[in-house]
Write a protein that binds this ligand. Structure first.
Ligand code: ZN
Length: 246
């Protein structure tokens, strides 16, 4: 069977197109993942905001209740003091004094608790504002990323179609015997189906290429790396003078 002839320039061009197409597909796939990450960020900041708002609400309700208790306590003390003025016996007077002292103590505890709770509410209000800011920042970032990704996607799509058309044009003109090898190799290796020769090594798997194979490559014969199975081609500067690079 005669050797399959293919120009190194065609192989180089095919390799370039496959690598570029692969890169474009990667970039196209990266866009939605970036958007998704920002969506996750928005959801997370919104959850934090809801949590902080709920905590603030609960703290306010608890403080209102304590303030109500304080009012009741103050009313009770005022009533006891009123009774103190009109009480008849010494024993009743003493009992009222003790009651007032106990209620004063309870009042003082409530006042301390309310003060502490008001401080906590202040902190929660500040935390809520920070969370609100985080949400709006995350939403801004998401919108910016979505816009960027959409713009890039349109650009990538145009490039992709152009490169695919270019690839198809070259593929349609491949010699039939080479096409068979090419299709098989692309099917199993994708954009990694080709490798240039680097020194005496396959640039795909870094294994040495026997001299007779290098000679075959110099004659523009189709050669597969015996180690990794990639289609090999010589770099432009190693072609014989006059040998077509395309
Ligand atoms: Zn190899």
């Amino acid at each position: 069977m005669p050797p399959t002839i293919i120009s190194p320039g065609t192989l180089r061009e095919l390799h370039r197109l496959h690598k570029q197409l692969n890169d474009l597909r990667d970039r196209l796939a990266r866009g939605p993942r970036q958007v998704q990450a920002h969506q996750g960020n928005v959801a997370r900041t919104e959850q934090e905001l809801t949590k902080t708002r709920d905590e603030t609400k609960a703290a306010k309700i608890a403080t209102d209740q304590k303030q109500l208790q304080l009012k009741i306590c103050e009313t009770k003390i005022a009533e006891l003091k009123e009774k103190l003025r009109t009480c008849g016996t010494n024993r009743e007077y003493q009992a009222l004094l003790e009651q007032i002292a106990a209620d004063d103590m309870a009042k003082s505890v409530l006042e301390d608790e309310i003060l502490e709770a008001l401080g906590k509410i202040e902190e929660l209000v500040a935390a809520t504002q920070k969370c609100e800011l985080n949400v709006s920042k995350a939403k801004e970032e998401l919108a910016k990323t979505e816009q960027q990704v959409n713009q890039q996607a349109a650009m990538f799509q145009t490039d992709l179609e152009r490169l695919q058309a270019e690839l198809l044009r070259i593929e349609q003109n491949l010699p039939p015997d080479f096409r068979e090898i090419y299709v098989r190799t692309i099917r199993s290796k994708g954009s990694d189906a080709m490798a240039h020769v680097d020194g005496d090594f396959c640039s795909g798997c870094c294994q040495a290429i026997p001299p007779n194979r290098i000679s075959q490559l110099k004659l523009s014969q189709a050669v597969l790396c015996s180690s990794c199975g990639r289609l090999l081609y010589l770099p432009e500067d190693r072609l014989r003078p006059g040998q077509s690079s395309s």
